[in-house]
Ligand binder design. Structure first.
Ligand code: 5RP
Length: 222
């Protein structure tokens, strides 16, 4: 029986196989945030010298990439990337996701938007029938915290401020419990339209292109 960490490593290794297919001296890879992304970063170290570099979705990932000697570029210097590789807190069969457990959702969405393909790596426990058991992270400009919380409550959610946490962008996170997510793309637009919201952790309007889900019987590709 493989542990969850072993499964995460298996998913990360499967993504590294995709990196091997595109690796070239001019190629930049987009890199996500979280414990699964950390394993991917550690494996990516083997590609040092065979890639131009990376773009990171958080300061944490940037530091880990740099610690392996992998160049980290500012996204403003990069026009395209063949792959963006990241984990998820939940993913459904349509490849819609909830992300942001690590609080990096905004930069994750931005870096992913510049990549040709979003590769989601996760252990199979992240695959759900319906999104929403995991509280939905919403990044909010600090002065709008209470106003946005009231609007999220009006949608039927229970927003909880992530205590002692400030995003890489200097904002706060509201984790919204109890949302019934039947229309993920509609809800994503609705929340993103609220004044003061930077972005929410629904990745449905632009979901993953490929999910590499590690199971006890190998990788399941969606
Ligand atoms: C960070 C994220 C992560 O991808 C998500 O939280 C999954 O993390 P992990 O790989 O540790 O389970 O969205 O903002």
């Amino acid at each position: 029986m493989l542990t969850q960490d072993q499964l995460k490593r298996q998913a990360a290794d499967a993504a590294l196989e995709l990196v091997a297919e595109v690796a070239a001296p001019d190629v930049i890879i987009g890199v996500g945030t979280g414990s699964t992304a950390d394993l991917f970063i550690d494996g990516l170290a083997a590609f040092k010298g065979r890639l131009r570099g990376t773009v990171a979705s958080s300061e944490r990932s940037a530091q880990r990439l740099a610690s392996h000697g992998l160049p980290v570029f500012d996204l403003n210097e990069v026009q395209t990337m063949p792959l963006y590789v990241d984990g998820a807190d939940e993913i459904d069969a349509r490849l819609h996701m909830i992300k942001g457990g690590g609080g990096a959702l905004t930069r994750e969405k931005i870096v992913a938007s510049v990549a040709e393909r979003f590769i989601c790596i996760a252990d199979e426990s992240k695959l759900v029938e319906r999104l929403g058991a995991f509280p939905l992270p919403v990044e909010v400009i600090p002065m709008a915290r209470e106003a946005v919380a009231r609007r999220l409550a009006a949608l039927g959610g229970r927003p909880v401020l992530r205590e002692g946490f400030v995003t890489d962008n200097g904002n706060v996170i509201l984790d919204v419990h109890g949302l019934a997510i039947t229309d993920a793309t509609g809800l994503e637009s609705q929340i993103n339209d609220m004044a003061g919201v930077v972005t929410c952790g629904l990745f449905a309007i632009a979901g993953a292109d490929v999910a590499l889900l590690a199971t006890q019987n190998g990788i399941r590709r969606l």
